[in-house]
Design a protein around this ligand. Structure first.
Ligand code: PLP
Length: 400
């Protein structure tokens, strides 16, 4: 019989969302009349922006015409999209990124999961706790389970992990953060960039939620920090920005200055290595989807994207206002679609069950994102304003 990769046995079962579904189903069976409001999901709830839909249709029509037809596209994405990304998301914001440093993909989940393949098996990896599970699980699958240094994000450090006290090679950071909703200031990110430069480490910076940043003082990209081109790869996604969670489009920035070393100690640029990895294992995002993503950068697209983000941010504000009234400590909700709520002594699952059984609200137990999440729940702003308002009214009644 063929032998499995035993590293998979070191993974914790992915029980979180299954366990949530099981509890919700049981509650629904016992209470068929209950009107359940789901504030647990990280998926968008609104239809794609009209500008994207129009461009999507046009892209499909192009494929029906001999002269405009496209088959396999470039593995790193069409230039029409990469040029707009480099200009609008980076150069216009003072970050020096070129179109050929952008790699369009079908998701930040794949990219944040795959990037670690470029590094040696004994790479020491720093991963926040709590965390978006992909970073941790993909390193465990690669056999680095014993080489992980956890970076604790707690209320006493404002959910911005402190620097590790030992040498690490690879550092995962995510701001605005999933699940805590925390954002990092320029100085906080600079501390990490300087640390990575001093330690010759690499930062993998997940900015999937950057579109939620409205505070002009907060950096939206790690490349706004001087020196980041040498030490950071950044992941961005159209998923939460423009509702592409089902359509699939994202991109990764690999600056040509990012260096690593080979087994002989010779310097190696990561840029050609990532090209090699992607062109071997990935055949690009479909042409109509890239046309739809391009439309995000039109005036119409920008207005529509801002309007949908405004809507989610206003939902998040409703949640924060309710927590303020109830005196429950929380993080996030500002420049972020997630609110990370402390249960004032309740454990995560106890708080989850209370909200489900007494308010008909589904949230996500914080402990599912790592041990430091115990005692917290995550509430997501991805729902309609009406549902969030109703949910907060019910929560006020239950917890008052
Ligand atoms: N990164 C973070 C922090 C996320 O929370 C998510 C999705 O929930 C992703 C990446 C995945 O994004 P995508 O839809 O582009 O795969």
């Amino acid at each position: 019989m063929i032998r499995i990769n035993d590293n998979f046995k070191a993974l914790k079962p992915a029980y979180l969302f299954a366990d949530i579904a099981r509890r919700v189903n049981r509650f629904q069976k016992e209470n068929p009349e209950a009107d359940i409001i789901r504030l647990g999901i990280g998926d968008v709830t609104r239809s794609l922006p009209g500008a994207c839909i129009k461009a999507f249709h046009r892209g499909v029509d192009d494929l029906g015409e001999e002269a405009l037809f496209r088959g396999y596209g470039p593995e790193n994405g069409y230039e029409f999209l990469r040029e707009k990304i480099a200009l609008n998301d980076f150069r216009n914001r003072g970050a020096d990124i070129a179109a050929d440093e952008i790699f369009v993909s079908d998701g930040s989940k794949c990219d944040t999961g795959n990037f670690q393949e470029l590094f040696a098996g004994d790479t020491v990896v720093a991963i926040p706790d709590p965390v978006y599970p992909v970073y941790l699980d993909t390193n465990i699958m690669a056999g680095r389970g014993e080489n992980i240094v956890f970076l604790e994000a707690r209320a006493d450090n404002g959910f911005i992990p402190s620097l590790p006290d030992r040498k690490v090679d690879l550092i995962y950071l995510c701001f605005p953060n999933n699940p805590t909703g925390a954002t990092a200031t320029f100085d906080q990110l600079k501390t990490w960039v300087d640390f990575a430069a001093a330690q010759k480490a690499l930062i993998l910076f997940d900015a999937a939620y950057e579109a939620f940043i409205r505070d002009p003082e907060l950096p939206r990209s790690i490349y706004e920090i001087p020196g980041a081109r040498q030490v950071a790869v950044e992941f961005r996604s159209f998923s939460k920005t423009a509702g592409f969670t089902g359509t699939r489009c994202a991109y990764t920035v690999v600056p040509k200055d990012c260096m690593a070393r080979d087994g002989n100690g010779e310097a190696v640029s990561l840029h050609p290595l990532w090209i090699r990895r992607q062109s071997t294992k990935f055949n690009g995002v479909s042409y109509p989807v890239q046309r739809a993503a391009e439309a995000v950068y039109t005036d119409e697209g920008r207005t529509q994207v801002n309007e949908r983000i405004d809507r989610y941010l206003s939902n998040a504000r409703m949640v924060c206002n309710a927590m303020d009234e109830l005196g429950l400590p929380y993080a996030g909700g500002n420049n972020s679609p997630y609110i990370w709520i402390n249960g004032n002594g309740r454990d995560s699952w106890g708080f989850f069950d209370l909200l489900l059984r007494q308010a008909g609200i589904v949230c996500t137990p914080g402990v599912g994102f790592g041990p430091c999440g115990e005692g917290y729940i995550r509430i997501s702003a991805f729902n309609s304003p009406e549902n969030v308002e109703t949910a907060m009214a019910r929560i006020r009644q239950v917890l008052r």
